[in-house]
Design a binder for this molecule. Structure first.
Ligand code: WQD
Length: 342
């Protein structure tokens, strides 16, 4: 029986792109997803891209009994990449208990099953949000974490602590967290991409929906920050580059190249772009007009953050490659495909 990589949240934005890269690297994959924020047709589209259909189980990982049943059925799991979580910052402020219950119970169920069923390799989808607004830029992995700006962000910080403490008493477990900066873009096939439910919270899907005519104009949340053009700065990373980092992480753990049994890495480009710079880069890359207006700041937004990627570059041997223009074009091609726009 071939070894399987379990990808939780594998029909989601980053999860689906990671399944594609895993399959193209020769791994067999089983996806677990409860489809609370994605569609089952993503599995069909993954198969169209790679020619291999991943296995797919639909259930909620915060259900302890169902999670144990899964591991009793799939006794050949070699590693886990854990994406499945609620991730809307604003929603988490309104529904903190749902976020803590879902995100942390799912994690703890998985870790408990790792121990019980002998699965030793675990990659966790973390976020630069654990740094809050850093005092010094760019952020390295030794930059002190700061109190999260939202319950969502806090579930990532608490999750890292749970994994750290789990690894400390389970020496056979090898755990690794990837702290993403801002994932954007879509697979070059335009068969998978970001599909926010309802009005997009994030900048790039809002830009592409505005360009497609679904939204009247982009609201830019504040231009009175202490940045060159007054708009906030972020490190936008291509989702395919990000997905490749997960394949590197899985290979590192499976081959035992990890230095300690809980590691974490910043996964960004190392370049910061302001909102206005991103808007102008989108217009330049696509030739599409983009109506926008400047409005007040959004609560919870930090001013600026971008990564120092030295550790990931040197220790993992991974580096982001895509240009911001190509990445924005991939997001636009995906939007056009979704809306049947030529
Ligand atoms: C980026 C910039 C906004 C929308 C969040 C999560 C983070 C990760 C990525 C999951 C900000 C501005 C946005 C709009 C705007 N998610 N903006 N108008 O907030 O940096 O990060 O998503 O892992 O954990 O915190 O991303 O895309 O929402 O915002 O002006 O309509 O775009 O103010 O400066 P953010 P974002």
């Amino acid at each position: 029986m071939s070894k399987l990589i379990l990808v939780t949240g594998g029909t989601g934005f980053i999860g689906s792109h990671t399944v594609v890269e895993l399959q193209q690297a020769g791994f067999d994959v089983v996806i677990v997803d409860n489809l609370s924020n994605s569609k089952a047709e993503v599995v069909d589209n993954i198969e169209k891209i790679t020619g291999k259909r991943p296995l797919f189980e639909c259930f909620d990982l915060s259900d302890r009994a169902l999670t144990h049943e899964f591991f009793k059925k799939y006794t050949n799991i070699e590693a886990i990449i854990h994406f499945a979580a609620f991730k809307a910052v604003g929603e988490s402020v309104q529904k903190p208990l749902e976020y803590y219950r879902n995100n942390l119970n799912a994690l703890m169920n998985l870790l408990e099953c790792m121990k019980e069923y002998g699965v030793n390799n675990f990659v966790f989808s973390s976020s630069c949000t654990v740094y809050g607004q850093p005092d010094k830029l760019p952020v390295t992995e030794t930059t002190p974490r700061k109190p999260a700006e939202s319950p969502y962000g806090n579930t990532k910080a608490v999750a890292e602590d749970i994994i750290r403490d789990f690894a400390h008493v389970n020496s056979q477990a090898k755990c690794l967290a990837l702290r993403y900066f801002n994932p954007i873009g879509a697979h070059p096939s335009a068969l998978i991409g970001e599909s926010p439910v309802g009005v997009p919270n994030n900048l790039v899907p809002y830009i592409t929906q505005t360009a497609a005519g679904l939204r009247k104009e982009l609201s830019i949340f504040g231009n009175d920050y202490n940045t060159p053009d007054g708009t906030p700065i972020r490190d936008y990373i291509n989702v395919v580059d990000l997905s490749k980092a997960h394949v590197v992480a899985i290979n590192r753990l499976i081959s035992g190249k990890n230095k300690v049994n809980y590691e974490y890495f910043n996964i960004g480009t190392g370049n910061g772009y302001s909102v206005m710079e991103l808007v102008n880069a989108f217009i330049k890359a696509t030739g599409v007009n983009l109506p926008y207006k400047i409005v007040g700041r959004r609560a919870g937004d930090i001013e600026k953050i971008w990564a120092d990627t030295t550790l990931a570059n040197n220790e993992l041997g991974w580096k982001a490659e895509a240009s911001i223009e190509d990445t924005l074009l991939s997001a636009w091609n995906w939007e056009k495909k979704c809306r049947n726009i030529e």
